[in-house]
Structure formats: C-alpha cells, structure tokens
Design a protein around this ligand. Structure first.
Ligand code: NAP
Length: 257
C-alpha cells in the first residue's frame, strides 16, 4: 500500500524502548528531532520516564504496551498506534525498530519445545508479523531496523536456541528488503555484541567475570554499552545511510573476530 504522512516531524516506533538498547535508541532519535512511539512489556514506569526524557528533547513521545510474544494482539496494537499517531498529527510513521527481546540460556541438551516456541515467537514471528501488520502505517521511503546478535555469527554455550533465532531474523531482513524495495523502504539488521544491559539477568553488566571475559574477547577491550548501539541504529535511520540496504551491521567492538 502506498503511504505518505501529513506531518513534517519524522516518527519512529521502537519495540522494547523502556530499557537497554531500545531506550538508548529512543533518546538518540529524540536528540535528532524524531518523534517516538516506544513500547514496553511490563515496565510502564520506565517507559514513561523514557518518554519524559524524549519530550524534554523537544519531540512528541508516547509509550504503548505490547507483548511481542502475543501476535494475536498485533491488530489491536496497530489500532492503538493509529490513535497515537493522530495525537502527533500524523497518519503514518517513518521508522520501525524491531528491538524487543528476551534471552534464553538453553542448550541443545536441555532446550524444550516450550522455550523454542517462545524464542521463535519473540525473535522471528514478532518481527515478521508485527512488521506485516504495521506496514500500512509506514510511510513510503521509510526505514526498518531489526535487531539480531553477534551470537548469530559465533557460537557460545547456552545460546543454542537464541543464536539461531537471531540468525533467522538476519535472513528475514534480506527478504523484507527485497519485498519493500518498491516502496523505497530500506531494511537492515544490527547485531550487537555483548552489551551491559538488564538482558539475561544483567549478566554482562553485573557479573565481573563475564564482563572481563567479554572484554577479553573484544578487540576494543571492553563490553559494549547501550550508548554504543543506539547511535548506530539512529544513523541507519538517517538520510546519510539511506543507500545502505539489506545489510547486517555488527556493533560489537570487534568481538570474536
Ligand atoms: P533489556 O535491557 O532486557 O530490554 C529488553 C526490552 O525489551 C525492554 O524494553 C522490555 O520491556 C522489552 N521486552 C522484553 N520482552 C518483551 C516481550 N515479550 N514483548 C515486548 N517487549 C518485550 O534488553 P537489551 O539488552 O536492551 O536487548 C534489546 C535487544 O537487543 C533484544 O532483541 C536482544 O536480543 C538484543 N541483543 C542484546 C544483547 C545484549 O548483550 N544486551 C546482545 C545482542 C542482542 P519491559 O521493560 O517492559 O520489560
């Protein structure tokens, strides 16, 4: 469907914008004058704080609840997005960042069907079906960034479900780019290395041994921070990188190279 918004303010929708990489992305985009709709799963309070910071940067910002594991709610979510856009005097938005995610420490030996289903729902089915559902609300010439992981390229114990699911979203990115090219929508995938956030119980940030091990595996000699990743996502949504399409960009300081 062809689509162009009525407002001059560009608008981004970031899933999982209440914490970590998504939060940093929201704030980087706000600093660039881009309005934001961010989603949270359980953490409304943090989401509202992020909105307040984005608004203080001078842009429209709004938080909506969304559990990306529940694809049967995506239609109702799209209706909420439409209403949110109206409050921003827009019909459509420009940039979608499929960021929301949860970790899994399953191995080949102990991984269960339940865990496979959940990781599939969050890391592949959600980017696929949420993007499909929201496409009529995205302006032609817009941009999509999916979030993968270094673990799609290298293997580590305890990531036998999570890593392959992230590999799947990398392949999906190329198919999205192919199909959305006629609408001038570029689609790329950012693969962070180990980043010090709440992810996986905050292990990279809070466990000194893990943090040190990550630093040892990383050419630039430290674990990543949300502020290492958010600016890259924001840059991929800028006009400067408008001709970058269907690419995987690892943002890992040179981890396990
Ligand atoms: P985080 O700090 O744990 O934040 C996760 C975010 O996703 C939160 O906003 C959370 O919402 C939301 N979320 C979690 N489960 C959700 C669900 N079922 N439905 C909707 N939203 C949900 O994680 P992060 O480190 O920023 O990770 C962000 C993305 O980067 C994920 O896709 C992750 O796989 C990927 N990644 C992370 C790392 C890393 O080392 N941190 C490395 C590579 C890739 P609430 O606040 O409401 O819970």
């Amino acid at each position: 469907m062809s689509a162009t918004s009525t407002t001059s303010q560009k608008i981004a929708l970031i899933t999982g914008g209440s914490r970590g990489i998504g939060r940093d992305t929201v704030l980087r985009l706000a600093q660039r004058g881009i309005g934001v709709i961010l989603t949270y799963n359980t953490n409304r309070e943090e989401a509202e704080k992020v909105c307040a910071l984005a608004q203080a940067a001078g842009v429209d910002a709004l938080a909506l609840p969304l559990d990306v594991a529940k694809s049967d709610t995506f239609g109702a979510f799209a209706a909420q997005v439409r209403e949110a856009l109206q409050t921003m005097k827009a019909d459509r938005f420009d940039y979608l960042v499929n960021n929301a995610g949860t970790s899994s420490t399953a191995t080949l030996s102990n991984g269960t069907a339940t865990e496979l289903d959940l990781q599939f729902a969050v890391h592949f089915k959600a980017p696929f079906l949420l993007t499909q559902t929201l496409l009529p609300l995205i302006n032609d010439g817009g941009r999509i960034v999916n979030i993968s992981s270094g673990l799609a390229r290298f293997a580590m114990n305890g990531r036998a479900i999570y890593g392959p699911m992230k590999a799947a979203v990398e392949a999906l990115t190329r198919y999205m780019a192919l199909e959305l090219g006629p609408r001038r929508i570029a689609v790329n995938v950012v693969a962070p290395g180990a980043i010090a956030t709440d992810f996986s119980g905050g292990v990279v940030r809070d466990n000194p041994e893990v943090n040190k091990a990550v630093a040892g595996h990383t050419a630039l000699g430290r674990a990543g921070l949300p502020g290492d990743v958010g600016p890259v996502i924001a840059a991929l949504l800028s006009d400067d990188l408008g001709w970058v399409n269907a690419q995987r960009i690892e943002v890992a300081g040179g981890m396990l190279i």
